[in-house]
Design a protein around this ligand. Structure first.
Ligand SMILES: Nc1ncnc2c1ncn2[C@@H]1O[C@H](COP(=O)(O)OP(=O)(O)OP(=O)(O)O)[C@@H](O)[C@H]1O
Ligand SMILES: N[C@@H](CC(=O)O)C(=O)O
Ligand SMILES: [Mg+2]
Ligand SMILES: [Mg+2]
Length: 596
């Protein structure tokens, strides 16, 4: 019987006899004394065996190699003065092994040494192929633990304190309205028909409100066939919630308490309540982003009105075409960012160009109010305009002003990316801070240029702000996102529960009555049988764990993730299937992928 986990042994255990199970993290031979770091999921502890002090275990310790699985019985002892390891939680003690039992050996060369492997030294494809070994590493074991603690804290809070029911919803279902491509599953018993894997439990959770569940949550798997990024997986997990009879403020307050509870339980961090709120319009104006990282300043300044009549066509033309001119002021930016870097070919220019910008005009503030700038600005802004520009942007000696001019979305995207890159480069991001905020008042719709129509920014069941109901096209939604350090970790809304409003919304996005019936008829019908006012939110659980674990890739927050190409390198999924299986599913042929 195991008496302790390896990583839990402390000086207070000195003198006790223990039985431990685990893996050989490392084996060292120091002149006839064998040291073994024994590892389990809690960490490592040092085992000692030598012919003098532990004659019985020495022959058993000698043949051990890294990653062998063993059972060890021994006595916990104080380490000698010079050999105490303050970096290790178990560093004050060591175990003199009375017996060592080999439970299993490693029978093949290890693809990498677990004990010394880190995310930098081992290629990620190798880590993913041998994920079970990768997960033995301290860092990954820690990430798994954090994930477990996050879900535990969620369940305790929602179930024990707030009276939520967990309800499971179907995985084999119909298309849900989150706007990504669906994963489809052919039905054998219904030839030619397909299930869609859920992009979210959205429709079911709203139906549960019609059923009177009142407070629903689910740790729910979601599937979206979309372009993958460092914070996106094709299959991911949401903390999904829905509540009846609550206002937006009540929903936000409950969620703030939930998030604060998670941070307290998992990180021991107190998050100040309530969270700051920014409207979507403010967030776009000040940061150029609907998920601003507010851990540092570098706020954008709109100078459209100041330069709209000036002779510099890049500025005045942008505004004449309905766009904007904005400035990113960078205190001490002059020393940091040379002209070479912001001109074509430079790295900062490239960041801007990737976001769609044609260039980055600049002003550099020197001593005595002198400025350096491009010819077109020098020639076209008079002294008053220049003084006003410096005043508004708070520019002082050493400040670099970078301009974005053009269509509003491109200017915002450009300055947002440059802002983030500069903050990282100039070390303006404080370590260990967690900035949480709500972004509220999203627009109901955005223009889809490809399809030449408005589409729902959130999803088409999101309630419009009653103040804006007369002009739905430009209405604000009662929708909110929760942002942590520049990442969208969740989003939700109050829902439409009156059929008249729902029809108007479908109308605005060009969804005809019959198309709406076809897609969501079952939900619309349910809404006719007594629907409570309701609203909810869904969090990206993997993203939360990634951020709490201090990781930069969502893959490090998931036990068995997929690559950027949506592959599982461990199981080699997806894979081809037999002709016979296809036949059974009535799938006749496959199209060849198009060449890029
Ligand atoms: N592909 C994905 N992988 C991991 N997490 C995701 C993914 N898509 C969404 N999420 C998480 O689920 C939450 C709720 O889903 P929502 O539909 O609001 O996502 P979204 O707005 O499309 O997110 P994003 O714009 O980041 O793709 C998001 O706030 C995000 O944290
Ligand atoms: N289901 C929505 C979130 C919500 O509105 O609750 C989503 O996944 O985005
Ligand atoms: Mg998305
Ligand atoms: Mg969202």
């Amino acid at each position: 019987m195991r008496t302790h986990y390896c990583g839990t042994l402390r000086a207070s255990d000195i003198g006790s006899t223990v039985t431990l199970f685990g893996w050989v993290d490392r084996r060292r031979d120091h002149g006839g004394v064998i040291f073994i770091d024994l590892r389990d999921r809690t960490g490592v502890v040092q085992i000692v065996s030598d012919p003098e002090r532990t004659p019985a275990s020495y022959p058993q310790a000698d043949p051990l190699r890294n990653e062998y699985v063993v059972k060890i019985q021994g006595r916990v002892s104080q380490r000698q003065e010079g050999s105490i390891n303050p970096k290790l939680p178990t560093g004050e003690v060591e175990i003199f092994a009375d017996t060592i039992e080999l439970l299993n050996a490693v029978r093949k060369p290890l693809p990498f040494q677990v004990s010394t492997a880190d995310s930098e030294s081992v290629r990620e494809d190798l880590r993913l192929k041998y994920r079970y070994l990768d997960l033995r590493r301290e860092r990954m074991a820690q990430n798994l633990r954090i994930r477990h603690e996050v879900t535990k804290a969620i369940r305790r809070f929602l179930e024990d304190q707030e009276g939520f029911y967990e309800v499971e919803t179907p995985i084999l279902t119909r298309s849900t309205p989150e706007g990504a491509r669906d994963y489809l599953v052919p039905s054998r018993v219904n030839p030619g028909e397909f299930y869609a894997l859920p992009q979210s439990p959205q429709l079911f959770k709203q139906l549960l409100m019609v059923s009177g569940v009142d407070r629903y949550y689910q740790i729910a798997r979601c599937f979206r066939d979309e372009d993958l990024r460092a914070d996106r997986q094709p299959e991911f997990t949401q903390l999904d919630m829905e509540m009846s009879f609550m206002t937006q403020d009540e929903i936000l307050a409950l969620n703030e308490a939930l998030v604060a509870h998670i941070f307290k339980e998992v990180k021991g961090v107190d998050i100040p309540l309530p969270f700051p709120r920014l409207t979507y319009a403010e967030a776009m104006d000040r940061y150029g982003s609907d998920k601003p990282d507010t851990r540092y300043g570098l706020e954008l300044v709109d100078v459209s009105d100041l330069v709209k009549g000036c002779g510099f066509k890049v500025f005045s033309g942008a505004i004449a075409d309905g766009g904007i001119v904005k400035v990113l002021p960078i205190p001490n930016g002059n020393d940091q960012i040379s002209n070479v870097r912001i001109k074509p070919g430079g790295d900062v220019f490239k960041i801007a160009a990737d976001a769609g910008a044609k260039g980055l005009a600049y002003v550099r503030v020197r001593g005595n109010g002198e400025v350096d700038t491009i010819g077109a600005i020098k020639d076209n802004l008079n002294a008053d305009q220049m003084a006003e520009l410096l005043r508004r942007t708070g520019a002082t000696e050493g400040t670099l002003l970078l301009f974005g001019a053009g269509p509003t979305d491109i200017v915002n995207a450009t300055l947002d990316r440059v802002r983030q890159a500069i903050a990282r480069e100039m070390n303006l991001i404080p370590e260990g801070t967690y900035n949480l905020l709500w972004v509220t008042d999203f627009p109901m719709f955005e223009w889809n240029a490809d399809q030449q129509r408005l589409e729902a920014l959130h999803h088409p069941f999101t309630a419009p702000n009653p103040e804006d109901i007369d002009d739905l096209k430009t209405a604000r939604a009662i929708a909110y996102d929760i942002v942590l350090n520049g990442y969208e970790i969740g989003g939700g809304s109050l829902r439409i529960y009156q059929p008249e409003v729902q029809s108007q919304v479908f109308d605005t996005i060009g969804l005809s009555e019959s198309e709406a019936r076809d897609k969501f008829g079952f939900l619309l019908e349910a809404f006719e049988y007594g629907t409570p006012p309701h609203g909810g939110i869904a969090y990206g659980l993997d993203r939360i764990v990634m951020l709490l674990a201090g990781e930069e890739s969502i893959r490090d927050a998931i036990a068995f993730p997929k690559t950027q190409q949506a592959r599982c390198l461990l199981t080699q999924a997806p894979s081809g299937v037999d002709e016979a299986q296809l036949k059974e599913l009535y799938i006749a042929s496959t199209y060849e992928p198009e060449e890029d």
